[in-house]
Design a protein around this ligand. Structure first.
Ligand SMILES: [Fe+2]
Length: 368
């Protein structure tokens, strides 16, 4: 596989064992509340791809944990994000996705421009006390990075991570026309586990030979797995099996992956974005979004995406749920992580780096 000027992140190459986060980090709603405040409402979160709102007036709703947002392309061509809530009585403003000239609240028909300004509020004419100019949808910081839409809910938004910017050239070299891709199909799957267990399952292929029979026998050569991580970005590289394209994935803190996945029926790799969206402390949506560049047909991607959810995706749902049950067991305390970065697929060093990042984000002194 070509390296495309992909520098290795620092790995601790000494084979060793690390201990994981305490089990109650996966089961305690109070820990989840701290993660909401210090990770999901503080750091940058990916909520979609520019294809989801490419034309003026196109919008989609998205969630960051329990906060619903609407992302919209304004008449001026700018992408903006707002909390999806009418400033009149707090009803949610729009549902799903679509194309519109304005947002009209379904409750009392307060109407907003796509840039968030209040355009009309029935029955308020001739009310000097009501200053419509002062009422706006609450805007959220938004940044497009390599075709991906990121938002930051924080009042004092953290800078966009330098670690992401450092891999932009790599993303563009692997997926040169990433902005021009279209979304072919989405598959949200439910992981009955804490979001961290979903990320951890993504962060190693140690389980691939045991869990993913189809994937390892037909699509990838799991023994070629190479993985490095600096806590903010993980890079996964795997050779394709039997003429399949190679697989290349970056996972961006905290819960988004972007990469090229070999699609046997297509004869090449296709872009897939994945998110491990937390719903509550024990439920996560593992969201697949498959994309295609111009000239690539939808049908083989749709067929593979469906098959993938029924095989690899369903298998990961099973093991994610199994781990969550174990986290509640009185017989489990915290994971033993095998750190053997030089041995390829059997190492869990990216999980250790992920745990370090969680500890750092929470600002807590938790013994590793
Ligand atoms: Fe898996």
């Amino acid at each position: 596989m070509a390296d495309h000027a992909q520098p290795s992140f620092k790995n601790d190459t000494q084979p060793t064992i690390a201990r994981g986060l305490p089990a109650d980090f996966y089961t305690d709603p109070a820990v989840f509340e701290r993660e909401k405040a210090r990770i999901f409402f503080k750091d940058w979160q990916c909520v979609g791809h520019v294809a989801m709102a490419r034309e003026p007036g196109e919008y989609f709703t998205a969630k960051v944990v329990d906060q619903e947002l609407v992302v919209v392309r304004g008449k001026d061509g700018e992408l903006r994000a707002f909390f999806n809530v009418c400033q009149h009585r707090g009803h949610d403003l729009v549902k799903g996705c679509g194309k519109t000239r304005q947002f009209v609240c379904p409750y009392h028909a307060w109407t907003y421009e796509l840039d968030g300004r209040l355009r009309g509020a029935p029955g308020t004419k001739g009310m000097p006390a009501f200053d419509a100019e002062k009422v706006r949808l609450k805007e959220i910081r938004l940044r497009v990075f390599a075709g991906m839409i990121f938002v930051n809910l924080g009042r004092n938004a953290a800078p966009f991570p330098a670690e992401f910017l450092a891999v932009e050239d790599e993303i563009r070299s692997m997926v040169p026309d990433i902005e021009a891709h279209r979304v072919v199909v989405e598959h949200p799957l439910i992981h009955r586990c804490n979001w961290k267990a979903s990320v951890e399952n993504f962060s190693e292929c140690y389980h691939c030979p045991t869990v993913h029979g189809y994937l390892t026998s037909q699509v990838i050569r799991s023994e070629t797995y190479r993985l490095d991580s600096n806590g903010w970005v993980q890079r996964h590289r795997i050779e394709g099996r039997d003429g399949n394209a190679d697989q290349w994935i970056l996972h961006l803190w905290p819960n988004t992956a972007v990469g090229l996945y070999p699609i046997p029926e297509l004869g090449e790799a296709s872009l897939c974005m994945r998110h491990m969206y937390p719903i509550d402390h024990e439920t996560t949506i593992y969201h697949y979004r498959w994309l295609a560049r111009d000239g690539v047909p939808d049908a083989p991607i749709k067929a593979y995406a469906r098959h993938h959810t029924e095989t690899t995706g369903a298998e990961d749902c099973e093991v994610a749920g199994g781990v969550q049950r174990g986290m509640r067991s009185l017989g489990f305390d915290r994971a033993h992580l095998i750190l053997t970065p030089d041995q390829g697929h059997s190492s869990e060093h990216a999980i250790a780096a992920f745990h370090d990042r969680v500890r750092e984000a929470l600002g807590e002194d938790i013994a590793p």
